[in-house]
Write a protein that binds this ligand. Sequence first.
Ligand code: ZN
Length: 148
Amino acid sequence: MSAKIRLTCMDCGQVNQFPADKAEASPVCGICGHKLNDGKVAKLDLKTLEKAAKSDDLPLLVDFWAPWCGPCRAMAPEFERAARSLSPKVRLAKIDTQSNPDATVRYNIRGIPAFILFHRGREVARLAGARPAAALEQFVAEKLALTK
Ligand code: ZN
């Protein structure tokens, strides 16, 4: 009945735990007050990404990008649109691989933009190349349906 759900704060890295029925009711971080599930694209560093990928009970779609990458910048609004659309079932975040070069090694990223979908502590699927929001949403919906 009172299942607990874990969500990593994208701001301070704290793993928050609360009743599952609160997960979609705009929960905030118990440490810093940052909103945990507001449909906005969070910016991650590698440490927080690893924690969220491992701990989170909600699916997480991560955009590996860099400021020098034209297609990455061009599709940023599409990624933001997908984040609003998939909220509150899925959280979307991005990691700047120029500031976090270790992330490309850790997740074996060969080209950007690249997207990895994490759920229940593991990588579910990945997608390479710029996509419109609708294609991202479809990718997430299909992959999550497969893992149920
Ligand atoms: Zn926090």
